[in-house]
Design a binder for this molecule. Structure first.
Ligand code: COA
Ligand code: AMP
Ligand code: ZN
Length: 433
């Protein structure tokens, strides 16, 4: 068995717990220096002193995405801006985005976690690794990039989009490993077929890394059949750096979550009480190796469970199961996270838009698409087709600027969208699972 950092990855649980406690105290020291936690810790004096055990953390309040938004832009920053070298932030032009800052240490620590993750999935320095996700503010671009470089493989920073070029790159440089979102790999396969090519025989692929959006075991199996190689699940979220939080090993029986870098809890999202290992709940995480932007008991909203028992690979870091859903209304399409409120915010700014709208997500022509049906006020819903066409295009642009995905927008007559009873359910996800 081979490891990237054998001592850390196979550390006995007691040692890991001591390391966590030591690092938690450092995190708390950093947290005191942030405006948000500084004020909070004034009310929790026990946490201003040294914490005796990482288990004591359960008496600390949770941190939520709303807290990050409310204290935008610097409420969670623990260092002077001079020491910060990068930020990643969520999309959106309406409400406050969420932003995470990194100093040099944090970027180095993240790169190492990514290299460890990739090595765990079987990537080696002899691989040619094509990273087919968005660069820029998306964490999957630079997150993987730094990890691939740290590992020493040859990186191809391909970015998202342009499937023909992706195939050309794969064939020209004999790509052996790819990172992409699972739904895109279905689309890419269709482009292979349309070109008269078969990824199983016409490429040098030997493994895939898939992540950034929910998918089932059946979807994974289909991708593995299409490409004729194994596909390893990669989990992360921007608030915890991005990718490199949890990764599958060769056994593909859950994702090892790196407990030297994070404290992991699973709670019941309604009662907020911890649930026993094996039971599903919401993942809550605390950073242990981040200096610029410590986060304590962050509610990820992702639903998963701890898989009880040990992994045959010998790594002692516990495994989480694949993410089965969320405890909020966020959905992911084409690798972009969307809150229905963002769409609503855009529509509210358009005076011609009426009372109701409906979002339907479906798989059309091998790609996930978002259909937004929008009621137009009666006074505007006349026979002026040119006007309606312009309005439709304006709404497409506004939504795309907000969520980064181009929607299909259909303008409809007022009253034609059935009224939902009680709390309006406006999102219908019809994607094949
Ligand atoms: N990854 C890679 N390529 C993607 C993709 C994805 N998630 N989703 C769509 N594409 C491709 C499409 O196949 C198309 O290329 P092709 O016609 O040559 O096959 C091209 O991107 C444009 O797609 P389209 O659906 O017309 O564009 P859009 O305006 O709705 O979306 C994207 C634009 C794809 C650029 C935007 O959704 C994006 O940046 N997604 C990537 C997000 C990402 O990487 N997230 C993970 C971070 S860890
Ligand atoms: P972002 O902050 O943009 O990186 O998005 C993070 C979110 O994407 C997570 O909170 C999950 O909801 C989702 N996500 C990331 N990786 C996976 C994965 N492997 N499986 C399911 N969902 C994932
Ligand atoms: Zn394992």
């Amino acid at each position: 068995m081979q490891y990237w950092e054998q001592d850390v990855e196979t550390m006995p649980r007691s040692g890991l717990r001591r390391l966590q406690t030591e690092r938690l105290n450092k995190t708390l020291e950093a947290a005191v220096r942030t405006p948000y936690y500084g004020a909070l810790l004034d009310h929790n004096p026990a946490f201003r002193a040294q914490v005796g055990d990482v288990g004591d953390l359960t008496s600390f309040p949770f941190t939520t995405k709303q807290d990050l938004r409310d204290h935008f832009p610097y409420g969670f920053l623990s260092l002077p801006k001079k020491e910060i070298i990068r930020l990643h932030s969520s999309s959106g032009t309406t409400g406050n985005p969420t932003v995470i800052y990194h100093n040099r240490h944090d970027i180095g620590s993240w790169a190492n976690l990514m290299a460890r993750s990739l090595f765990t999935a079987g990537v080696r320095d002899t691989d040619v690794f094509q990273n087919i996700v968005g660069y820029g503010l998306f964490t999957g671009g630079l997150g993987f990039q730094y990890g691939i470089e740290r590992l020493g493989a040859l990186s191809i920073p391909a970015g998202a989009g342009n499937s023909l070029r992706q195939i050309r790159l794969m064939r020209d440089y004999e790509t052996t490993a790819i990172h992409a979102i699972p739904s895109y790999l279905g689309r890419l396969y269709e482009v292979f077929k349309a070109e008269g090519l078969d990824p199983r025989s016409d490429t040098s692929l030997r493994l895939l890394v898939i992540g950034a959006e929910p998918h089932t075991e059946e979807q994974r199996q289909r991708i593995q059949e299409m490409y004729g190689v194994k596909a390893y699940n990669s989990f992360g979220l921007s608030e915890m750096n991005g990718p490199g939080v949890a990764f599958e090993c060769e056994f593909q029986q859950g994702l090892h979550i790196w407990e030297d870098a994070y404290v992991v809890e699973i709670i019941d999202p309604d009662t907020l009480e911890p649930v026993p290992d094996g039971e599903y709940g919401e993942l809550v995480m605390t950073t242990l190796d981040r200096e610029a932007n410590p986060l304590i008991r962050y509610r990820t909203r992702d639903i998963t469970r701890i898989i009880p028992g040990e992994c045959p690979c010998g790594r002692t870091h516990r495994r989480i199961d694949r993410i089965t859903g969320r405890s909020d209304d966020m959905f992911i399409i084409k690798g972009c996270n969307i809150f229905p409120m963002q769409i609503e915010g855009v529509l509210l700014r358009v005076p011609e838009v009426g009372d109701d709208y409906r979002i339907t997500i479906d798989t059309l022509h091998d790609q996930d698409e978002m259909l937004v049906e929008v009621e137009v006020k009666r006074e505007w819903f006349r026979g002026d087709l040119e006007f309606l066409d312009k309005l439709q295009r304006r709404i497409v642009h506004l939504i795309r600027d907000e969520v980064l995905v181009t929607p299909v927008v259909k303008l409809v007559e007022p009253g034609s969208i059935p009224k939902a009873e009680g709390k309006a359910v406006r999102v219908f996800d019809k994607r094949k699972k």
